[in-house]
Design a protein around this ligand. Structure first.
Ligand code: CP3
Length: 346
């Protein structure tokens, strides 16, 4: 079974020889060759430099043996084309957070293929590079709630007071912003699929800051709308919800093909709750990649065993690779996945 077949089948809940493996944030600062590229260009320049973005996307393939490639970009890129002014310091920061009806109405009509054409050029180029290797290409987008959180707060936040103030005091402003973002995200993902992405992942990193009831009101309908409008026949949809153990049932009902779990969720429990409706992805604590190789192997075996009764399972982390991750730890993770196939140990 080649890596493309294995990933697509696992996402759709069809039998596979062993779970496929890739890592969120597998391209990035833990790789010396990434840091070398970053000495030449800023992060935003890198995202729009087709040659370099293709190179950086492919780096983890050679170095750590991952079995899927994710487009190198950032969840903020499609917003750049809509007139949002953002800097990376290193996380996204906005000089003028969006908090009023007037600002929401001033956002340009979403047109990602016109405004950030380089993203789709990167996707097309990657797909060509990967075709002979039979390595699948993953596209992605930030989810509306997480993008709204950054836009309203003006950056990362501890308690998201500005966002929650808008949610509780001026809900129609946040609804307007989310509606605009849904249109953007649907167009953005479908254009990536058309350019060659074979799986697409929606990152809702901050949706877990809501109570279960508020999540059902503000996030679940948005996911359902996206799942209904994205061309899932051409590319299965993966949904990642950060810190989302308390909203797992709602994530399972999102309409996504795969639910990507963070490490606080008990994998066996998630399998039971999924009742065969979705496949699961995850969910090793990214910090565990600094453990000895044997320990990483043992944890991968434990995850695979816990997820064995699931409809499908994609081995991954519970969040992105950390900048100080040892390269050997990432290599051990993908080696451990391959070892599941030949029944060997570390
Ligand atoms: O390999 C991959 O997974 C693809 C590339 C990718 C990046 N960002 C590259 C990046 C992906 C999928 C993202 C998504 C992203 N970006 C998310 C959702 C997933 C998650 O991690 O929760 C979020 C919340 C962001 C916003 C963001 N971008 C932050 C908070 C930061 C700074 C903190 C950090 O980890 O660096 C970024 C910058 C960023 N995005 C870097 C990379 C490689 C580091 C830039 C650099 O300094 O070189």
């Amino acid at each position: 079974m080649d890596p493309t077949e294995r990933l697509l089948r696992a996402c759709r809940g069809e039998p596979v020889d062993r779970p496929p493996v890739w890592l969120m944030r597998q391209a990035g600062r833990y790789l010396p060759e990434y840091r070398r590229v970053r000495e030449e260009v800023s992060f935003l320049e890198l995202c729009s430099d087709v040659e370099r973005a293709v190179e950086v996307s492919l780096q983890p393939l050679r170095r750590v043996g991952t079995e899927a490639v994710i487009l190198f970009s950032d969840i903020f890129v499609p917003l750049l084309g809509a007139g949002v002014d953002v800097e990376f310091t290193p996380g996204p920061t906005l000089a003028r957070p969006i908090r009023t009806r007037g600002q929401v109405e001033a956002l340009r009509a979403p047109d990602p293929t016109g405004s950030v054409p380089y993203v789709f050029e990167i996707v097309r180029r990657l797909r060509e590079e990967l075709a002979d290797l039979r390595i699948p290409l993953i596209g992605f987008s930030g989810a509306p709630f997480t993008l709204a959180a950054y836009l309203v707060e003006g950056g990362g936040s501890r308690d998201f007071r500005a966002l929650k103030r808008l949610m509780f005091d001026e809900p129609e402003v946040l609804r307007g912003l989310q509606a605009w973002l849904v249109e953007l995200v649907v167009k953005y993902l479908n254009a990536q699929i058309e350019a060659g992405a074979q799986v697409v992942q929606l990152f809702d990193t901050w949706a877990g800051i809501l109570s279960p009831d508020d999540y059902r009101e503000w996030v679940l309908p948005v996911h359902r709308e996206i799942a209904a409008k994205v061309d899932r026949n051409s590319a299965p949809l993966v949904l990642y919800v950060g810190n989302g153990a308390h909203v797992l049932d709602a994530a399972i009902e999102s309409g996504a093909d795969v639910v990507s779990l963070d490490w606080r969720v008990d994998l066996a429990e998630a399998v039971r709750r999924s009742e065969g409706r979705v496949s699961l992805q995850g969910n090793l604590d990214p910090a565990a990649l600094s453990a000895p190789r044997d320990e990483i192997f043992a944890r991968v075996r434990a995850m695979a065993a816990a997820a064995a009764p699931a409809r499908g399972h994609v081995l991954n982390l519970g969040h992105g690779c950390l900048p100080d991750t040892p390269v050997e730890g990432v290599r051990a993770f993908t080696d451990a996945a391959r070892a599941l196939g030949d029944g060997a140990g570390a």
